[in-house]
Design a protein around this ligand. Structure first.
Ligand code: PDD
Length: 288
């Protein structure tokens, strides 16, 4: 089965799928994206992702490349053609193809690329052992709430993490507070059992998984507070975890050289992970 990608109206063999050299995404990183988890034939939180895409596009005065409904149809067709039950759908919209000039081009249609890649279901050792993270400075622009494809600081951060044998890097703002991970939101559980994450605003991405976890925590009766925390507070926390659409709730058991609590994933993190899996199973099938 060849992998298929969608590129501006065409379903192409993934190996040869390409955009024009003057696509503004390629030249200026002038575009936005979404990553939607395909879990056992369900598109998890699809509408919330498309709402966030809509917001990112509006913030950058970019047009939808087509109607939302048409995009949903293409997504399903792509999933159907690729025949993966579990994987990640990647959607990228750029301002289109035009001769290189910083200001917005006139009369240009935004460009759409969509891919699906297969993914193993959540690796057991990540939930059994948790992962290590490191802490780095947040060097991003001042609008990381927009899901822009310009991800150089995130790329550098994730590479630094990999070089230190860590799974993720959490970023620290100029005042010493953790904002989020390079591709995930950041959470701690205090000694009193309160779940904490950075408040919404312009300095973090409003994760779709984050929103779901807040709702699930409420259901489970877990006290929750949106407030900033430092790396020191995280290192001394009862539990630490990260969240995103590809890895749901991932327990963190080491921050740099510091072991969190007893070095095992915490009970609230595990309960939220379990509850999140149930939530995914309750989503409607996207493809039969
Ligand atoms: N990243 N923060 C950042 C900086 C992210 O890039 C992501 C997602 C999140 C979590 O958002 P969500 O729960 O909606 O996936 C938070 C995706 C997975 C990526 O770039 O691959």
């Amino acid at each position: 089965m060849p992998r298929i990608a969608y590129v501006n109206g065409r379903y192409l063999d993934h190996r040869h799928a390409a955009v024009h050299v003057e696509d503004r995404g390629y030249q200026f990183a002038d575009g936005v994206y979404e990553v939607i988890n395909l879990y056992r034939n369900r598109l998890i939180d699809e509408d919330a992702h498309l709402d966030r895409l809509d917001r990112s596009l509006r913030e950058l005065q970019m047009d939808w490349p087509m109607s939302r409904q048409a995009m949903k149809v293409i997504m399903r067709e792509l999933v159907r053609q690729n025949r993966y039950a579990t994987g990640l759908v990647y959607i990228q919209v750029t301002r289109g193809v035009a001769p290189r000039d910083h200001k917005f081009p006139e009369d240009v249609r935004s460009a759409l690329v969509m891919t699906v890649r297969p993914m193993l279901e959540f690796p057991a050792e990540m939930i059994e052992d948790g992962v290590k993270i490191i802490v780095i400075d947040d060097m991003r622009w001042k609008r990381p709430d927009i899901k822009a494809i310009a991800l150089l600081p995130n790329v550098m951060g994730k590479q630094m993490a990999a070089e230190e044998g860590a799974f993720e890097a959490w970023m620290r703002d100029a005042d010493g507070f953790i904002t989020e991970g390079t591709s995930s939101n950041a959470w701690i559980v205090t000694a009193a059992g309160t779940l904490i994450t950075h408040p919404e605003g312009q300095d973090i991405l409003r994760g779709i998984t984050r929103q779901e976890i807040i709702a699930l925590a409420d259901e489970l009766g877990i006290p929750f507070e949106e407030r900033k925390f430092t790396a020191d507070e995280a290192s001394a926390a009862r539990e630490v975890f990260m969240s995103n659409s590809s890895h749901f709730v991932t327990p963190v058991t080491r921050i740099g050289d510091v072991t969190i609590a007893n070095g095992k994933p915490g009970s609230l993190s595990l309960a939220l992970h379990e509850r999140y899996l149930q939530f995914m199973e309750s989503e409607p099938f996207a493809v039969p």
